[in-house]
Design a binder for this molecule. Structure first.
Ligand code: ADP
Length: 433
């Protein structure tokens, strides 16, 4: 039976009982009084429950419903269920929101939510970092008060900005940001921020590299073309020794281009992800080869000695290390005046082994040291060219050493000489039994 019907039956019974009793006591008057009393009681009871309900409704969400019997108990139970459902939905919604926040937090890009007046509503940690903002202090502030770069203000001023904006940040020097505004519901918009400093740097490096290579190739090519033209014009008139001289010069330039292309190919191979070959390198053999090559290159102009007290073997690529260590030795020969001396030394260290090339050559000013391993970086372009340099030698050395988890240390004093040391970690050293 429904609680409403039960309540009605109960009220009917009360009324019938009261009417009967009243009639027995004082006929019609008694019955009327009894009906009135029961009616007032029934109405007051409902009013009392109604007051309870209003009081409960004013309490915070989640307050326990009042207890009752009959219809009111049923009504309270229904309200309780509804409140519980509401609480569950709110919790679910809260969790969903948390998940969205967490997802936005771990996004690799910065995200800022702006309201219709461009006030900051929320931002993730990446946005804080990239835009140098504070996620507690700056909430509610118009973003245009905080980021004042004119290009940014122009971009944000458009109602539907198209594409993205590349912005050189005034708040962090040297930083480049890519900014994109995406409007969404109710005038709000999402500001996506990406730090593209590294990408821009790589792009500049790529452009510089192409420009450098073109320049390096153009010079010898121009010389060769010039010689060929002169020789062709005067083939019949020019004495043969002069023609030979032209051909030798053109040959030298061709060799220079060949060296450059070989070095570029070596760099390209080193830059592939494939790890170096892992072979057991006979260091005594490799070092003797490096010394002999240096002696040949010097042609007797320098005193060259090898002090080999280091481990007999290294693990790595013979070809790569032969080229890197040979490069250091040939640089010492090329940048040391006649009569100077060069010492190649190979020795063990507590945490590995080191190959050092010390020369008494021209030396290098301290300001150049951090840039020496950059491609095409040369202290004295003329001297490098005269001695057949491509400007890529130390870039190759650096790559090879990095691939072997080794590092290059350079110390130098202008006019006194330089020392280049390749330091290998212990795990590359092999003890040969
Ligand atoms: P390059 O082909 O010009 O020698 P590298 O990359 O081998 O190119 O070297 C870069 C520059 O570093 C050289 O141009 C030279 O100025 C300087 N350098 C390298 N080794 C020495 C050295 N032993 N003594 C003096 N300068 C050196």
């Amino acid at each position: 039976m429904s609680p409403v019907l039960a309540d009605l039956i109960r009220a009917g019974l009360w009324l019938a009982l009261a009417t009967g009793l009243g009639w027995l006591l004082d006929h019609a008057v008694g019955a009327l009084i009894a009906v009135l009393i029961v009616t007032v009681y029934l109405v007051s009871r409902h009013l009392w429950h109604l007051t309870q309900l209003i009081r409960w409704a004013k309490q915070p969400v989640g307050t326990e419903t009042p207890s009752a019997v009959g219809t009111w108990s049923e009504a309270y139970a229904a309200l309780r269920r509804r409140a519980q459902l509401g609480a569950e939905q709110r919790e679910e919604l809260g969790k969903l929101l948390d998940r969205f926040r967490q997802a936005a937090e771990v996004m690799p890009d910065g995200v800022v939510i702006l309201d219709g007046h461009r006030n900051i509503e929320w931002m993730n940690a990446h946005a804080e970092l990239a835009l140098n903002l504070n996620s507690t202090r700056d909430l509610g502030t118009p973003i245009t008060y905080l980021l004042r770069e004119p290009e940014f203000l122009d971009y944000l001023g458009q109602s539907y900005p198209s594409g993205s904006l590349i912005l050189r940040s005034a708040r962090r020097l040297g930083q480049t940001l890519q900014i994109q505004l995406a409007p969404f519901a109710a005038g709000r918009s999402l500001l996506l921020v990406r730090d593209v400093t590294q990408i821009q740097k790589l792009e500049t490096m790529r452009r510089d590299f192409v420009a450098n290579v073109s320049h390096e190739l153009r010079t010898p090519l121009t010389v060769v073309a010039g010689f060929l033209e002169t020789a062709a014009d005067g083939l019949a008139d020019l004495p043969s020794d002069q023609i030979h001289q032209f051909l030798d010069m053109a040959g030298d330039q061709a060799k220079r281009m060949q060296r450059l292309i070989e070095d570029l190919l070596t760099l390209a191979t080193l830059e592939t992800d494939a790890p170096p070959q892992e072979e057991s390198i006979d260091m005594h053999k490799l070092l003797a080869e490096v010394r002999d090559e240096a002696i040949a290159l010097s042609g007797g102009r320098h005193t060259i000695e090898l002090v080999d007290t280091g481990p007999a073997a290294l693990r790595g690529s013979y070809k790569e290390l032969r080229s890197a260590l040979g490069n250091l030795a040939s640089n010492a020969v090329r940048y040391t005046q006649s009569g100077g001396s060069i010492t190649l030394s190979w020795g063990g260290k507590a945490d590995g082994a080191a190959f050092a090339v010390a020369d008494t050559g021209i030396g290098i000013d301290a300001q150049h040291l951090p840039r020496l391993t950059e491609r095409f970086y040369r202290v004295d372009r003329g001297r490098s060219r005269e001695t057949g340099g491509t400007g890529l030698g130390l870039a190759i050395v650096k790559h090879v050493l990095e691939r072997h988890q080794a590092r290059l240390e350079i110390s130098s004093e202008p006019g006194r000489g330089s020392t280049f040391v390749a330091v290998f970690p212990e795990r590359r050293v092999q003890t040969v039994s």
